[in-house]
Design a binder for this molecule. Sequence first.
Ligand code: ATP
Ligand code: MG
Length: 453
Amino acid sequence: MIKKFIRRILGAASKAGKGQTPVVLGPAQHGIDPANVTANAVRVTHTLQQAGFKAFIVGGAVRDLLLGIKPKDFDVATNATPEQVKRLFRRAFIIGRRFQIVHVMFGQDLIEVTTFRGSATDGAHKDEHGRVLRDNTFGSQQEDAVRRDFTINAMYYDPADQTVLDYHGGMQDMRNKTLRIIGIAEARFREDPVRLLRVVRFAAKLKFKIDPATREPMSVMAPLINNVPIARVFDEMMKLLMSGHALACLRQLRHEGLHHGLLPLLDVVLEQPLGEKFVTLALGNTDERIRQAKPVSPGFLFASLLWHQVLEKWQAYQAAGESPIAALHLAADEVLDDQVDKLALQRRIASDMRDIWAMQPRFERRVGKSPYKLLEHPRLRAGYDFMLLRCASGEIDEELGSWWTDFMDADGSGREALLNKKSEEETNGGAPKKRRRRGGRGRSTNAVPEGTE
Ligand code: ATP
Ligand code: MG
């Protein structure tokens, strides 16, 4: 109780940005291996320091370094203004969004340099819920530390003397695997509700527990996410889904009651056995690809998350008499109309999703020219991987997946043999009446040369 009170007082003091002196940790205390810091990050801090400025590695990079991991990217914080930073580097670009930052480029490598930010609490423009609309003031390093989100994200590493400056007990929280917001949780979530999603991402990714005072207001604050500009929510959702721990993140999102309004049907999906299996497999695949540094397509990801909504509507339209392909298009339209705005899905992503879904009934048509036409589809690989997930989740027969695997691997005559085998099976009575009719109508299946249309 007393501890909590003291923390509140300290939190309030730190919010005002007054008199915070950092704990200085030497190499023996923090254990960072300098070999994990890239030469370009050192070059940036060194150049700034040579010009008389302060410069530190900050944020996720420090977290990774403390965990003994080589960070994937480096952020640098400095007291130099963006203009001053830009002048010191040959390829540096000022990027102006909410707050101006500088991208310093070395070939493909990018170091993001941010000027210390001032505390957002005093006199900042806010909306009626307390969300800070403009916080583009520069500040001291102490103020910069106060306005960062979590204690473990508010540490500054200087590669020159190998010290870590710890303003809010981040080191202790790292050791205790605790995610703790800086200051008063409710106020910090009001200032920027995206922090709710960040809690979930870091807790799931780092396998840290959420400090009770940080966690307490989260579910009540959840609706505030709806007031955040949708593009920012989308960026944060993408970070979450591409974190290599998407499944853990979505589970945590649901656990914290934060998925409402973002993926409102996630609950429904995860509660049906087939849906849960499908999403679990899809996200497991994604996580594995990220860990192996393979590319992941956002279209595939969202197509997977929303598939069981599409499936339900697809079946309903078919039951109402639509053909499988027409029914699927109707179902896809309906789901996309509903979700594109909610999730801020860009048009390109929505069109990838539609392509992946629209291919699904076409995999079922294994007669005539159809399979050859499908082979030519520019997104065949994505559609095929998606279909394999449907097999693996138990939604459709595994036989369809293995037939297509064979068909895609086979040469011209192998493909003909597979098609003939299929049409024989169907003539012998295995297939539904409708499909047999279509097969029968098929102009001599084996006359179709590979790759036509
Ligand atoms: P990642 O490994 O995902 O890059 P990160 O902590 O570096 O994790 P970034 O989004 O790159 O996350 O942000 C860099 C740093 O900027 C954070 O560590 C944090 O100190 C600060 N920051 C980012 N977003 C916010 C926010 N919404 N509110 C407060 N501080 C933030
Ligand atoms: Mg980062």
